[in-house]
Design a protein around this ligand. Structure first.
Ligand code: ZN
Length: 411
């Protein structure tokens, strides 16, 4: 029997999740992997935790990501709209303005962090050629993200094992999208991938973003799994510490996160106490459902920034994809429009990020206002069409005194 088949299922991925949980077995940044990096990391972290990190200049760092979609023929496609929707959810989460922030328990308002870290699709590939930042690979292998080959190499990370070989991990954050059985996602910790080419994140397409196949994924269908895995990628442990034992002994090594005995599932309400203080089950590094997850803390943000500077220092330097700005008019004319039938949503997306609030209105052919919303963040906007009858509508985008209109058809 080929060695590859024998090794299948014998290796336990770093991040396993059953029906209703994210990754139980994670170990953080290892001091043994690279002792000199670890010493530097500890020194820089302790400096950052002591300084008031809100005072330093908040230049946003944009990190290039490349999305490798590895799918079987006939799988529901992961579209560019779904990719941008997922990046918007994660970027909002990192910026401290995610969709659940208004639900954050009052005792955590003062520690909710705003990271100066944002993520954008790579605009140049490792050879310097223009790219969409998304690669598509067809595979013959079922549950490709679970399969292993020689030396325990995980198949999805290699062309020759039926997956897709990633791009230089010192310059890009590689995110693989592939069927993962019951697992939602996994990530390598800084400096910990058993082979450097496995550095990155793997997510099952069912939990990637909030539209497309993910739009029907219930408790984990709002795109916060990638936020959680990106936390691991930058070294964060689960908020209660390691393993799944329920006790107050271990910790996540983050000073401002309250000590909790173990993970939360579902979405509790109100104050929950296990280790004498209110537990932050709304933290992205807990196991709660997507509708519950709201924030990182200030010290988690400092930790991730430190990990980036020490372990991924070249990320923002090369392959940069920092967004450009343009006039409202050219921005409007460069928008892409698509309809996501699975979630009955119209998606508008842009190559650019803007710092303005734009009002979105949809009018029926007889001039009746059918939908109203605000687009104030991110590169994609979702218009919920669930309550609209079929017909022709006019979508209007306003900024200040200027507006543009486009017709859309709902079937
Ligand atoms: Zn996890």
């Amino acid at each position: 029997m080929p060695k590859m088949l024998l090794l299948v299922l014998f290796l336990i991925p770093m991040c396993i999740a059953g029906q209703d949980m994210r990754c139980p077995a994670v170990h953080g940044i290892s001091p043994h992997q690279s002792p000199s990096d670890y010493a530097r990391f500890q020194a820089l972290l302790s400096f950052k935790l002591k300084e008031n990190h809100n005072i330093r200049p908040r230049t946003i760092n944009y990190f290039p990501v490349v999305i490798h979609v590895v799918a079987r023929e006939g799988d529901i496609p992961v579209t560019e709209a779904q990719v941008l929707n997922q990046l918007d959810v994660m970027n909002a989460d990192f910026a401290g303005r995610g969709q659940n922030i208004p639900k954050l328990l009052p005792e955590f308002l003062s520690i909710a962090g705003q990271a100066d870290m944002q993520f954008c699709l790579a605009k140049t590939d490792p050879e310097g050629n223009p790219t969409s930042g998304i690669t598509y690979t067809e595979t013959d292998i079922d549950n490709i993200a679970l399969q292993t080959g020689p030396e325990g190499r995980i198949a999805i990370h290699y062309d020759q094992l039926g997956g897709k070989t990633g791009w230089d991990p010192s310059r890009y954050i590689n995110i693989w999208i592939g069927a993962y059985g019951d697992i939602l996602g996994s990530a390598s910790f800084p400096g910990s991938a058993p082979f450097p080419e496995e550095t990155g994140i793997v997510i099952d397409p069912k939990y990637f973003g909030s539209i497309g196949e993910a739009g029907n994924s219930g408790n984990f269908g709002r795109g916060h799994t990638l936020t959680h895995e990106m936390g691991h990628y930058f070294g964060l442990k689960h908020i209660w510490g390691e393993g799944l034992e329920i006790n107050c002994e271990d910790s996540d090594d983050i000073p401002d996160t309250p000590n909790a005995a173990g993970p939360y599932y579902g979405c509790p309400e109100g104050e929950q106490i296990t280790c004498e203080t209110s537990d932050m089950y709304q933290n992205f590094m807990d196991f709660s459902d997507d509708r519950c997850l709201a924030a990182f803390t200030n010290d988690q943000v400092a930790f991730m920034q430190t990990a980036q500077e020490v372990y991924y220092p070249d990320l923002p330097v090369d392959g940069s994809c920092a967004p450009t700005t343009d006039t409202f008019e050219s921005w409007f004319h460069n928008l892409s429009w698509s309809h996501d039938a699975a979630s009955d949503t119209y998606i508008i997306y842009s190559d650019e990020v803007f710092n303005a609030t734009r009002d979105i209105s949809v009018f029926s052919a007889d001039g009746r206002l059918a939908y109203q919303g605000e687009w104030s963040f991110g590169q994609s906007y979702l218009v919920n069409l669930k309550n609209l009858a079929a017909g022709v509508y006019f979508l209007r985008i306003d900024q200040d005194e200027q507006y543009f209109v486009r017709s859309i058809v709902i079937y």
